[in-house]
Design a protein around this ligand. Sequence first.
Ligand code: MN
Length: 479
Amino acid sequence: MAKDPLASYRAKRDFEQTPEPGATVAGAEPGEQPRFVVQEHHARALHWDLRLEHDGVLWSWAVPKGIPMRNRPNHLAVRTEDHPLKYLDFEADIPAGQYGAGTMRIWDAGTYEAEKLRDDEVIVTFHGERVHGKYALFRTGGTQWMLHRMSPPDDPTRTAVPTDLAPMLAVAADPPRDDDGWVYEMKWDGMRALLAVEGGRMHVTSRSGADITGRFPELRGLGEAMGTTEAVLDGEIVALDASGRPSFERLQPRIHVASPAKARQLAASDPVVVMLFDVVWLEGHSTAALPYRDRRALLERLALAGPHWQTPPAREGSCEALLRAAAELGLEGVVAKRADSPYLPGKRSDAWRKVKVSAAQELVVGGWLPGKGRLAGRLGSLLVGYHEAPGGALRYAGRVGSGINENTRAELEAALSTRRRPDSPFRDPPRLPDPVWVDPELVVEVAFHEWTTGGSLRAPRFRGIRDDKDARDIVREGP
Ligand code: MN
C-alpha cells in the first residue's frame, strides 16, 4: 500500500466544488466489526460502488451490474481508488463537471467478516439489509476483478431475467357486451416491445423477438431508473406528433435504423415514449400466471414515469366512454382486458380485445327494426341517416344494432314511440323486412370503422342519444 492511500482520491477531486468528504485516513474503533457500503451511482454510466472498510480507508470497486444475487454469472468489478471512511454514509449529487458527477445514493450498508483480504483476492461475508452471504472478489488483470456470490441465493427459486418471452396478443373485436370484469387501456399506435431490465441495463425485444435495443437509445434511462429491480415489462413504443398524438408515420424512421450513430441522431430529433402496460416477470419470478389486475398493481407500484417512459392508466367503467375519450384524443381505440386473465406469452387471446375507433358522428334515426328471439317485438336495430345538406333530403346510412344495451334500448323505444309514421323518411329507403318508420328527429352518436364507397357505415356501433343537436343540421362529416 502507498504511503498516502488517499492521494489518488484527493488528486481526482476539487473539494471546493464537490460535496464529497475530504481525504482523511481514520483509525478504526477497536473491537468494531468492519463496515461496508454499496452506493448506487447514477454517473455517466450507472454502476454500484462496493466499499469495504480496511486499514482506515475504504477499498472500493465499481460494479456496473451491481451485486450478484445468484451464483452465476459473476459480475465485473473495477477496482477504484481507496475512499475515506466518511464515504460510508455519503449520499449526494456530485455537480456536473466534477469527477463522478451524478447522484450517489446508499443502496445497502452493514458489516462484514473477512476470510481473506489480499491485493488480488478478497473473501468476505456481508451482513447488510439487502446483501447477506459470502462473496469472493478476485482480480483477473489490472484493475479488473470479478465478483462472485459463494453462498446459495437467498431465494433459491429466483431465476434470471428471461430473454425469450413473446408478447401476448389481442384480437380485434367489438366492445365487450358487459363492462363488468373488464379493464380498459388506451390503444397506442406504435411498435410493440418487451423490455427486460437487469442490473440497470435494458434489453428491448420486438414482437418477433428481434433485439431492437440499439434503435431506441433514449430508453436506456428507464433501465437506469429501475436500479437493481429486475423485470420484464410490456409496452408500446410510440412517437408523438406536435399535438401529442401517436404518429405511426413519425415512428417509421426509428424502426428501420442501420447504425448506432443514426439511432442516436434520431433519438434526439424524433424521440419516442414507451407506454408501459404490463409486467410479465418481476424480481426473479414470472408474473404471467397472475390475473391482469394483480399484474397492473405490481406495475403501478414500480411508478415508472420519465421523459421517455410512461405508465398510462388502466380504467374500469364504460368502454363506450373510453372510446369517446380515445376519439377525442385522436387515438386509435382502446384495448379491453379481462381483469382476471393471465398473461399468455406469444398467444393471441380474446381476453385482450382491441376495439378501434376510426370515426364517429351524429346521425338521425329514421326508423328501426324489431329484434329476434329474446328481443322479438322490441327494438333490435336503428335505421339511421344524414341530410344531404342542412334541412335537405335524408339519406339512409345504415343499420345500427351493436352497442345498444338493455338501458339504452328502453330509452330509445320510449323516445321513438311517439314519433311513428307510416312512410319512410329516407329519400332512398332500404329494403328491409318489417321496418318501423319514425319522424327523423332523434339524433344518436354512432361510431364506425369507415364509410363504404356506397355511402353506408361499416361496422357501426351505437354510442348514445344526443339531445343537444338539431336533427335538421345532421350532415355527413369527413370523407
Ligand atoms: Mn462511482
